[in-house]
Design a protein around this ligand. Structure first.
Ligand code: UD1
Length: 417
């Protein structure tokens, strides 16, 4: 298993380009199978999860290839074949193929999708909503079979604004018979991007980015060119990396409008920030201040995906802070690893972390157990004294194109082995 070596304590300096968004790219790639045509995606991140999605699309009959830095997906011919098990079980986003395949072929066999081990991650909301749209489900030990004799528009009230469920309903609704309305829909920027892409292809979707999304089914979608937006979570990770290590950086293409809650927290920690038309300047404070309490929340709140990197910054800062996790119960799995680096963090009921900043963490050998926790260990290592070795690089590769290259561009001494 690959590892990342970091010589910490070197302030960051310079600029880096923020990659395309993983959580936007994956459902959009899944959505491309709804089009009977050819699609060209620019800004698609070259990450392990995108490779897995490429494999899945190929197994369903799509022709997928890179053309320079753009990805072409030709979905003229799609069949509901069997998909490679590892690609489905290794990645949560394979679940978006459920709505997309029901729209295109009327059926799908799916292994239980995997993804980061950050909580129980049920799929009841997806199933309940699709059943309302005339989908029948059969479940084996680890296999889910779904089929429909024709998708029908429906009025759907989500018990909570699940990102994945909102995506699946939209994907099933665009070619359904009639109108679908989703109440209490997720309003994340990745939903807005998915709907923008589908509308370019000929779908009729209104209200993306609000709690009520209305989808009028159409007969067919055509292939299109589309640019995947920049990744707000990667931008936030590098922002926190700068706060942990010190220095000043420019994050080119950082989607600042989607990062309001993160920027607010960074300012409270003492960061000097300047948003320009092309990105974000970050000036780290000499010592990171504490924050009374940060709670993760659905968009536009503070994203759960940046909770672990924030924890790493606070642990190496000053004073006492509280971090509350409201979305996924297992997001504090990174805490024992941070403790090895000298952090003082106490977690209560998997919901609240009490952090006592140590001003500087110390390098150690630590292990990533999932994607964002792994990124947090890199952030911690950049601010720590001495050498940090982060094992489990494969988890970080799921969402970061090349975290070592990006951080080296900012002057960090970091390399992978
Ligand atoms: C997506 C993102 C993930 C992000 C999360 C929240 C992708 C690939 N992943 O995950 O990075 O952290 O949104 O912003 O885009 N829930 C249920 N029943 C369901 C579905 C969800 O109870 O059927 C609960 C979950 O357990 C969780 C909450 O709803 O507590 C939010 O989950 P959801 O928004 O669905 O997250 P994902 O789509 O899995």
């Amino acid at each position: 298993m690959g590892a990342i070596h970091i010589h910490g304590g070197i302030p960051l300096q310079g600029q880096v380009m923020i990659q395309g968004s993983k959580n936007a790219a994956l459902p959009i790639l899944a959505a491309s199978i709804l089009t009977k045509g050819s699609n060209l995606f620019s800004g698609c991140p070259r990450i392990a999860d995108v490779e897995q999605m490429q494999m899945l699309l190929r197994s369903l009959g799509c022709v997928v290839r890179w053309e320079g830095d753009k990805m072409r997906v030709d979905a003229h011919r799609v069949c509901s074949g069997s998909m490679p098990r590892e690609a489905v079980t290794g990645m949560r986003s394979s679940l978006t193929l459920l709505g997309a395949m029901l729209g295109r072929c009327g059926q799908i066999f799916l292994e239980q999708p995997g993804g980061c081990v950050i909580g129980s991650r049920p799929i009841n909301l997806h199933i309940d909503a699709l059943e309302k749209m005339n989908v029948k489900f059969a479940r084996g030990d680890s296999i889910l079979y779904a089929c429909t004799e024709g998708l029908k528009g429906a009025e759907i009230h989500l018990a909570c604004p699940s990102v994945g469920a909102t995506e699946n309903i939209i994907l099933a609704a665009v070619l359904a018979d009639g109108c679908t309305v989703i109440h209490n829909a997720a309003a994340e920027p990745e939903i807005v991007a998915l709907c923008a892409y589908l509308n370019v292809c000929g779908a009729h979707i209104e209200g993306a980015g609000t709690a009520c999304i209305r989808i009028e089914g159409v007969k067919e979608l055509t292939g299109s060119a589309f640019e995947i937006p920049a990744d707000r979570i990667v931008a936030g990770t590098y922002l926190f990396a700068c706060l942990a290590a010190g220095g000043s950086v420019f994050l080119e293409r950082a989607p600042v409008k989607e990062m309001k809650a993160v920027l607010e927290v960074a300012r409270a920690l003492g960061a000097g920030l300047q948003c320009t038309g092309t990105g974000l300047y970050v000036q780290a404070p000499n010592t990171v201040k504490s924050v009374p309490c940060v709670r993760t929340a659905v968009y536009p709140g503070f994203p759960t995906d940046l909770q672990s990197p924030l924890l790493a910054v606070l642990a190496g800062g000053m004073g006492k802070s509280i971090v509350e996790e409201r979305i996924f119960e297992d997001r504090f799995r990174v805490v024992p690893e941070l403790l090895r680096m000298g952090a003082k963090i106490r977690v209560e009921e998997d919901k609240t972390a009490y952090v006592e900043g140590q001003e500087c963490l110390r390098g150690a050998r630590v292990t990533a157990g999932e994607l964002r926790g792994g990124a947090a260990l890199v952030v911690a290592g950049l601010g720590a004294s001495g050498e940090t070795i982060v094992e489990g690089k494969k988890y970080i590769d799921r969402g970061y194109e090349n975290i070592c290259r990006d951080l080296r561009e900012l002057g960090a001494r970091i390399y992978s082995v």
